[in-house]
Design a protein around this ligand. Sequence first.
Ligand SMILES: Nc1ncnc2c1ncn2[C@@H]1O[C@H](COP(=O)(O)OP(=O)(O)OP(=O)(O)O)[C@@H](O)[C@H]1O
Ligand SMILES: [Mg+2]
Length: 232
Amino acid sequence: MSNQGGSPVPLLAARDLVKAHGRTEALRGASVELAPGEILAVTGASGSGKSTLLHCLAGIVRPDSGAVTYAGERLDRLPERRLSELRRTEFGVIFQFGQLIPELTALDNVALPLLLAGARRSEARATAGEWLERFGVRGQEELRPGEMSGGQAQRAALARALVTGPKVVFADEPTGALDSLASEQVMAALAHTARESGTAVLLITHDAQVAAYADREVRLTDGIVASQGVTA
Ligand SMILES: Nc1ncnc2c1ncn2[C@@H]1O[C@H](COP(=O)(O)OP(=O)(O)OP(=O)(O)O)[C@@H](O)[C@H]1O
Ligand SMILES: [Mg+2]
């Protein structure tokens, strides 16, 4: 399927997004498109607006102006109830900070989205265990986030974002707390899972090795998409 420009119809698109936090203009007219199943890296200096862009695209923050379209629907105009349903059923999000619920064990954190979707507890916990294993968190199922290392918690957060089989995964520095070997392993698992299931991924990263897992890279500078290119 293609539109007039010959490029695939995007699953998710932001057009001319403007978003201020108080007097700081985090986004100043950013436009970006994500095709179905595409892995897109978003890079840029600290403070360039990457997290703000992700939050707008995931329907967590409403832009001041501009449009976010998901599967042909104006996401920025949806009522809150419909937005949270979308986030629960079609999106998986890995935040840059504070990912897991501190009171729940790793296993219960990963099982939670399944329980919210109506799965039985035993089933949800079994599936959650498989996903933790896939991301290399074995033997830590019963630990709470405060008892895990930063890297282990980050892997559990990834498992939680993917466990429901979302259409889009938003990952804000998913390997930020990992050393380069662990980072490679987690990215390989994320990319493999995404390719296998046709999940699109919006991946924020500072790390060129991580960006290399993407199909394409966009670079933000001062709240604007400054350049686009195919990754190595
Ligand atoms: N909640 C907030 N309140 C006030 N200013 C904010 C808030 N969130 C972000 N900002 C500001 O908006 C700008 C863009 O922030 P954003 O978090 O989107 O950048 P980023 O590219 O993700 O940076 P980093 O790589 O450090 O995570 C920055 O100048 C930041 O200080
Ligand atoms: Mg950020």
